[in-house]
Design a protein. Structure first.
Length: 107
């Protein structure tokens, strides 16, 4: 009853074919084609510039503040939950100790 049952590997039902053999081929270089001369154009900027307006800066500050407040509220509530649980366990321990001590005094 308590012995583990080890599963057995099922036997394959289909016919397995070996993988196909790949034969190497020769590489033939293409004929050289001359590239046309590049046309001078305005250089593209390396990265796009981001314009930070006062409105977007205010939105970023407001969003960051909201995130900090929400995370802080969650962490404080978790800390309070742990503290309340610890206090209730301590009170239960004191009550049980008192009950057990009074039980031994009566006998």
């Amino acid at each position: 009853m308590f012995r583990p049952k080890i599963p057995t590997m099922p036997t394959p039902t289909g016919h397995v074919t070996p993988p196909a053999v790949v034969e190497p081929t020769t590489v033939v270089p293409a004929a050289q084609v001359s590239q046309p001369a590049p046309v001078a154009s305005a250089p593209a900027p390396a990265r796009p510039t981001v314009q930070l307006t006062p409105g977007t800066a205010l939105a970023f500050v407001g969003g960051g503040t909201a995130v900090v407040l929400v995370v802080g509220a969650v962490l404080v509530s978790m800390l309070l939950a742990v503290a309340i649980t610890g206090v209730s366990v301590a009170v239960c321990a004191v009550v049980l100790r008192s009950l057990l001590a009074s039980e031994t005094k009566r006998r």
